[in-house]
Design a protein around this ligand. Sequence first.
Ligand SMILES: Cc1cc2nc3c(=O)[nH]c(=O)nc-3n(C[C@H](O)[C@H](O)[C@H](O)COP(=O)(O)O)c2cc1C
Length: 368
Amino acid sequence: MSPDTGVLFRPFQIKSLSLKNRIVMAPMTRCFSPGGVPGENVAAYYRRRAEGGVGLILSEGTVIDRPASRNHPGIPTFHGDAALAGWKHVIDAVHDAKGVMGPQIWHVGSVPVSDTDWLPDGPIESPSGLLAPGAPRGQAMTEEDIADAISGYAKAAANAKRLGFDTVEIHGAHGYLIDEFFWEGTNLRTDGYGGATLPERSRFGVEVVKAVRAAVGPDFPVILRLSQWKPQDFSVKLAKTPDEMSAWLVPLREAGVDVFHCSQRRFWEPEFEGSDLNFAGWAKKLTGAATISVGSVALSGEFIAAFGGEVSQSAKLDELLRRMENEEFDLIAIGRSLISNPDWANKVQSGHATELQGFEAKLLGQLV
Ligand SMILES: Cc1cc2nc3c(=O)[nH]c(=O)nc-3n(C[C@H](O)[C@H](O)[C@H](O)COP(=O)(O)O)c2cc1C
């Protein structure tokens, strides 16, 4: 018998954002935007997920106006007339299919990608010129660079609203620029943007959120994506206790975050010993904000192993449904399973979850 998936299809409202269900398309970089401009193929790809019933689409990471904000020539920018016209076409196509969408605003910091030797026009930048402890990459940002980056996030958010997007997500996770400030392993600064404690190292993130909030006004929902883990080191925990997590997240919440998007590789893994709450569960409990969870929903294997060629079979939804019934978090993001099943939401809602396809990396070779 197929499980009762009704909890996934309850509407959700926050500020000006109304969602018909709790299913979010996770941001996934696809590198199909030559010259940084998303074209017809990108619009059709997102439109297809809207037609497939997903409640909220978060775009692939799309970068702010800094010389080295991206690390691959196929990553879309979120600045410049041509790219913004491309994004306007994307949101119009999604709205036409009754979808709801926000761009994920990004700066890669000093993180490289392995499948290209392409280099950006300007110098690679990061808080202290590091990719990881003991691994130099890029140059340390000056306070002027920092101010310009903050203004880049704010301008991108203002453009998201102007183009008609329904929300905006700031990418503060996965070892990229904002996260490089959070992490003691990559932020050795001795000015006001560094420090021994996580709240001190959060100043950059807090200033980005404040600038974005000021740019979009009080009613436009702002999502912030965070992760404890980094691709540079899966074992890192920025916050080792609930108290440390509270000291990290509450200032970000007060700066203007409406929704924390708490990235885990496996959503069912407890964040701290002694409770089975996951990261999104703790973030909700500690801040009162709405939260999105993510990580290996409907799949047997996690996404980094998938990049290495591991094939994931489709997996049951029972544990997800249990946690959502308990209101541990508000929304659930689906990544790879939405690449292999554009109609994920419609399939699950109509009782056909057992027909969901698994995932393998070769699917990333084309944008469909
Ligand atoms: C191809 C691919 C590209 C990704 N790109 C991004 C990205 O641009 N921004 C981001 O925050 N996460 C990115 N992620 C991580 C996903 O948003 C998601 O957190 C991860 O895939 C786990 O979800 P899943 O197990 O349902 O796939 C990417 C994942 C994949 C598979």
